[in-house]
Write a protein that binds this ligand. Structure first.
Ligand SMILES: Nc1nc2c(ncn2[C@@H]2O[C@H](COP(=O)(O)OP(=O)(O)OP(=O)(O)O)[C@@H](O)[C@H]2O)c(=O)[nH]1
Ligand SMILES: [Mg+2]
Length: 205
């Protein structure tokens, strides 16, 4: 890979980069679920700011990269569900994120990040309904899997699939972006999935 870089950090839709031909994969989910950390793991770089407190990413950030010879942009969306956020901040969030979700032609797939310890909470279900209302494809990616013993991964995943009525274009991928020895998981699998998903969409057009 020729390296990844941040192309734009936008607080309003007028600043989004020109669409060109690059397909985009967005990363959405509750504040603190690990969106920026997962993007860094996928890019193998520390480009996205990661925070110990929820509400770290406030802008929409576009990262240009390449997976298996497929050129794409990863799009880091600000998180939702941050309880102490004021009403005006929540409406700013909605304005910015809906400008992207409603209008962006190149958005090919939204990865919905869900904490593997909790599964989908009420506002995750709202997000899924909302994305569906725009006919957006959703792919569920579980995060922070290192917080659950590996022996329980299968049964935990089965349980969520059976009981949560989640929307996902494929069986969710279980990931850990934690970089300490041996804890990273699911990152190459996710890269391969995204590259194949983009290829199949491009062939269908
Ligand atoms: N153990 C563990 N911690 C993680 C993992 N991914 C992220 N974290 C931690 O979770 C916290 C939040 O991570 P971020 O990547 O900033 O989360 P975010 O979803 O981008 O948050 P907002 O920008 O606030 O919406 C940080 O303290 C990370 O170090 C993971 O896979 N495992
Ligand atoms: Mg973030």
């Amino acid at each position: 890979m020729a390296g990844a870089f941040i192309e734009a950090s936008c607080f309003n839709a007028a600043k989004f980069p020109a669409e060109s031909e690059l397909p985009e994969i967005a990363f959405a989910g509750r504040s603190n679920v690990g969106k920026s950390s997962l993007i860094n793991a996928l890019l193998n770089a520390k480009l996205a700011h990661v925070g110990g407190t929820p509400g770290k990413t406030r802008s929409i950030n576009f990262y240009k990269t390449e997976f298996n010879d497929v050129k794409l942009r990863l799009v880091d969306l600000p998180g939702y569900g941050y309880a102490s956020r004021s009403k005006s901040e929540r409406s700013e969030w909605l304005k910015l994120v809906s400008a992207y979700i409603a209008q962006r032609k190149n958005l090919i797939l939204t990865c919905h990040l869900v904490d593997f310890r909790h599964g989908l909470l009420a506002n995750d279900k709202e997000l899924q309904e909302w994305l569906n209302s725009y006919k957006r494809d959703i792919f569920v990616v579980f995060t922070k899997a290192d917080k659950i013993p590996k022996g329980k991964w299968r049964s935990t995943m089965q349980n969520y699939i059976m009981t949560q009525g989640l929307y996902s274009v494929n069986v969710p991928i279980i990931t850990s972006s934690e970089n300490s020895s041996g804890k990273r998981a699911g990152i190459d699998e996710l890269k391969n999935f995204l590259a194949e998903f983009i290829k199949s969409k491009q062939q269908a057009n």
